[in-house]
Design a protein around this ligand. Structure first.
Ligand SMILES: *Cc1c(COP(=O)(O)O)cnc(C)c1O
Length: 423
């Protein structure tokens, strides 16, 4: 493949032929429109279903029917240890050891639980820094955390916004703000990739700056995991959490995941809310008093594993692990580059790409901000078999996902957009 793109269907098809990941498309159910595949550019919101899920759900149902309660130890993947089957694959995906990650709960729940551990305001040090315009659930979570300790969000939350007239945040503005906040800062909590603009943050620099002033650094990786390479451990990040239904294709409401740096789970002073599934496994069924946390991130689990919910995660992680985030990213840069190239040739519609132009400051998503008529364009796309994502007030988010989207998808999208009437 080359990076001298061409705006023709032949060119797009050639790229697909040369793409070593192209065949993965076959592993997913692609929603249909007029008896053909839709152009599904919404994998940043809900990833597609791996075809293998159905078989795996059936086999889990069989084990339940066959063993009843004994499935906890007799099932093909014993339920007592079910969450273990994800750890190695998740570790490879996010750049952590298998003990630093666990598939458990859901995203906002994990964010709240991790903030209970890592937002411990005391004296002068009570502030949380986050990006302005973070996903609402994260805003609510942070707001209620500071309220729980009696602070007014206006005093305790520092939001970093883009400079006037800009759409994305300058990395240096974050670093400067952290230094300025100094010892008033308890926690820096950012999205790894902002859901709205698609901006990828430099998590390592943010973490370094936070640590320099004695604050913790945590990240919501909803839009980063399975999208961009991560090295959570090497970047020295304190904690992170993610959902599995976006780029990880594990189904609506799918089990979330969390990461805690080893220095924290090994520290007996690290506070965590307890439940029996976080307890030392050897003693879990002894039903004794006194919580003994596991010596891994699994100690943040509370309830027993939602096995049926996790089956799709198992199927999807197999595919991700087989492909690997490195190869995925390589294709992603070309695929999104092609989309950007084609969009830049369109002159009859008035929009601006607000996602950063630099490859290392974005994942696969491009966000198009329309002057007007955005909704109309979005509806025309939908009517022509493009599944994209509309965000108020005027943004269409387009996510060509390298795991199952093709260059032909990108070309088709462009072709449909090019035929929408100008007004
Ligand atoms: C998708 C998303 C969520 C959704 O939270 P759930 O608890 O999984 O419903 C939260 N935060 C961010 C940044 C997201 O992108």
């Amino acid at each position: 493949m080359t990076n001298t793109y061409e705006a023709t269907l032949e060119y797009a098809k050639e790229q697909d032929k040369a793409d070593p990941l192209y065949l993965n498309r076959e592993r997913f159910h692609i929603p249909q429109h007029n008896n053909g595949d839709t152009v599904y550019f919404c994998g940043n919101s809900l990833g597609l279903q791996p075809k293998s899920v159905e078989r795996l759900i059936k086999s889990e149902l069989e084990d339940w029917a066959k063993y009843g309660v004994e499935g906890h130890f007799q099932a093909r993947n014993p339920w007592f240890y079910y969450h273990h089957i994800f750890s190695e694959r998740l570790g490879r995906l996010v750049g952590a050891s298998k003990d630093e990650v666990v598939a458990t709960n859901t995203l906002t729940v994990n964010l709240q639980l991790l903030m209970l551990s890592f937002y411990r305001p005391e004296g002068r040090r009570f502030k949380i820094m986050m990006e302005a315009g973070a996903f609402p659930s994260d805003q609510y979570a942070v707001e209620t955390q500071v309220r729980m300790y009696g602070y007014d969000p206006k005093d305790a939350i520092i939001e970093i916004a883009p400079k006037p007239g800009k759409h994305t945040i300058e990395e240096s503005d974050i670093i400067v703000a952290i230094a300025e906040a100094g010892d008033s800062l308890a926690l820096v909590m950012f999205g790894g990739v902002n859901y709205y603009t698609g901006q990828l943050f430099d998590m390592q620099s943010i973490t370094d700056a936070a640590h320099k002033v004695g604050a913790y650094a945590g990240f919501d990786l909803a839009h980063a995991v399975g999208n961009v390479p991560l090295s959570l451990h090497d970047w020295d990040i304190d904690f992170a959490c993610w959902c599995s239904y976006k780029y990880l294709n594990s189904g609506p409401g799918g089990v979330g995941g969390l990461y805690v740096h080893e220095r924290h789970y090994n520290n007996p002073d690290t506070f965590r809310l307890a439940g029996w599934w976080g307890n030392d496994e050897k003693e879990r069924f002894l039903m004794r008093k006194g919580f003994v946390p596991q010596k891994n991130a699994g100690s943040w689990q509370m309830s027993n594993a939602p096995v049926f919910n996790m089956v799709a995660h198992n199927a999807a992680l197999d595919i991700h692990d087989h492909v690997g985030i490195k190869a995925l990213r390589e294709k992603s840069l070309k695929l999104t580059g092609y989309l950007e190239f084609l969009l830049n040739t369109i002159e009859h519609l008035s929009f601006e790409i607000i996602t950063p132009k630099e490859e290392d400051r974005r994942g696969c998503q491009l966000s198009l901000l329309f002057d007007s008529r955005g909704k109309e364009v979005f509806e025309a796309l939908t009517n022509n078999g493009v599944i994209a994502d509309w965000r108020e007030p005027n943004v269409i988010r387009i996510a060509p996902v390298p795991l199952y989207n093709s260059f032909e998808d990108v070309y088709k999208f462009y072709n449909i957009l090019a035929q929408i009437d100008a007004q």
